[in-house]
Design a protein around this ligand. Structure first.
Ligand code: NAG
Ligand code: NAG
Ligand code: NAG
Ligand code: NAG
Length: 444
């Protein structure tokens, strides 16, 4: 019996030991970063003809003005391009006649570009030309109406009659993450964890003094110090007294000064090398001189409960299934296991909220229109974002255990944590300073 207990105690500890000490990863020089990003880009561009064939279109056309870029532009550009220039036109073909290429790019401020385009179209004779004009999916809807009208006018009915919508081309292009990115994505993720671990510690938080906003700005400064950037302002809140995900620009509702025995929540992401992360973790502020052993058992149990929900989500993410069907089976299993909560998972990568299907949204637990009908793609990254409620006797309250971790698709068709899963509360552990202060007073 004791042996069994010992083993069951050791296992979670062993898992945590690895994630307890996430390390900071610096970035290489800007020049090296550009080379890395461009190698990923080359791999993605090479996949476009195959992607067009998969979705049954012969070509894909984008046209944009400087500062009014198509959403797909940001996943097509090189690392040293900072915007489109003049009128930038991209044209891709599913296949090419002998000796011709499948990818073309024009930068031109004269109408001559349309003569070049028509010539190319005559040579390649595409039966369909996909445009990014989708009304529901940002990633497949970036063609501006002025540009669209110009394409219709300039290319004439012969070609504009072949314009089609094929949103999955842009979605899959933007969603697909080359294998070589993973090494760096793991480093970014570990760095995000390291920042959260430091932020939610006595190094940054002094109970009774530090505010949640202090911690948010500490995180922003840390991002800058590491030469990273981010895609959203960090959100730090004290559960019960403040509402996570408060609508902007409304000020937070409750108390901001962090006190002993508070439960802290953070929603945090970093950006580097064109990749984005998204993480939510929880921390507990121990009382003076308290140790980790004094974390209320109800909080530990609640975390275990939400960890179970994270695993249910991961196991239900079957490639080829729609986000809405995945959501349905997750919710059925939640009911079976008596877990109450909400599911709102999203793709991540080139964008914080990237291209691909959604598995729930905070306000949509019975399915997400349009976006939820897309089928889950392989070779993508996802944010498993959710909460599970749990009654914590020590707080005499039902606590929402918010968690978010990024996962990546593995060849043998399952999803792994990019860095890890939070299985233990982070703690702010402070020594009672009364004794020291008294000592000082005496000296004075
Ligand atoms: C950030 O960039 C500066 C300037 O290149 C460099 O001196 C510093 O070491 C970098 N910091 C980190 C943490 O990589
Ligand atoms: C991804 O899924 C597609 C089917 O949609 C399949 O053809 C392809 O081989 C899969 N990719 C990998 C790397 O397994
Ligand atoms: C627990 O909370 C309930 C209402 O939420 C209240 O009626 C009850 O008195 C509380 N119990 C204790 C021990 O504070
Ligand atoms: C905490 O520890 C310090 C030094 O060990 C001691 O002086 C102080 O009385 C302790 N405070 C509490 C609340 O136990």
């Amino acid at each position: 019996m004791r042996l069994v207990n010992l083993i069951s105690c050791l296992l979670p500890l062993a898992v945590y030991a690895e994630s307890l000490n996430p390390k900071y990863h610096g970035l290489p020089s800007l020049r090296e970063q550009a080379a890395i990003q461009d190698s990923w880009r080359d791999e993605r561009l090479a996949n476009i003809p195959q992607l067009l064939r998969k979705h049954g279109v012969d070509s894909w056309l984008m046209s944009q003005r400087e500062y009014a870029e198509d959403t797909a532009f940001w996943s097509l550009k090189t690392a040293i391009e900072f915007s489109a220039r003049r009128r930038t036109v991209h044209l891709f073909f599913a296949s090419a006649p002998e000796g011709m290429q499948t990818a073309y790019k024009f930068v031109d401020n004269t109408k001559a570009v349309f003569e070049d385009l028509k010539e190319l179209l005559e040579t390649h004779q595409p039966r369909s030309i996909a445009l990014n004009v989708d009304a529901d999916v940002a990633f497949a809807g970036g063609l501006h109406v002025g540009m669209y009208n110009e394409l219709v006018d300039q290319l004439g009915p012969k070609w504009s009659n072949r314009f089609v919508e094929a949103p999955m081309v842009a979605i899959e292009y933007i969603a697909t993450m080359p294998k070589a990115q993973l090494k760096w994505y793991k480093r970014l993720q570990e760095t995000a964890w390291a920042m959260i671990s430091e932020a939610f510690s006595e190094k940054v938080i002094e109970p009774g003094k530090t505010t949640t906003e202090d911690v948010e700005w500490w995180l922003r400064s840390k991002i800058q110090a590491m030469n990273y950037s981010t895609w959203f302002h960090p959100g730090v809140s004290i559960l019960y007294t403040d509402i996570p995900f408060r609508p902007e620009p409304e000020p937070p509702a409750g108390r901001k000064v962090i006190e002993y025995h508070d439960i802290l929540h953070v929603d945090f992401g970093v950006t580097a090398l064109g990749l984005n992360t998204d993480t939510q973790h929880l921390a507990y502020v121990l009382g003076p001189n308290e140790s980790r052993d004094e974390i209320p058992q109800g909080l530990k149990d609640g975390l275990r409960n939400v960890n179970q929900l994270q695993d249910i989500v991961r196991e239900n993410m079957i490639v080829g299934t729609s986000g809405n069907d995945i959501l349905k089976s997750i919710r059925a299993q939640m009911k079976q296991k008596d877990i109450t909560g909400r599911i709102y998972c999203h793709p991540i990568g080139d964008w914080g909220h990237a291209a691909g299907t959604l598995i729930g949204m905070t306000n949509l637990q019975d399915g997400v229109p349009v976006l939820g009908d897309i089928r889950l793609l392989n070779q993508t990254y996802y944010s498993v974002e959710l909460y599970a409620e749990y009654f914590v006797p020590e707080k005499n309250n039902t606590v929402k255990f918010y968690q978010e971790e990024d996962v990546y698709w593995v060849e043998d068709n399952h999803w792994d944590w990019v860095y890890g899963q939070q299985t233990e509360f982070l703690v702010v552990q402070t020594k009672d300073k009364t004794g020291i202060e008294d000592g000082l007073k005496t000296q004075l």
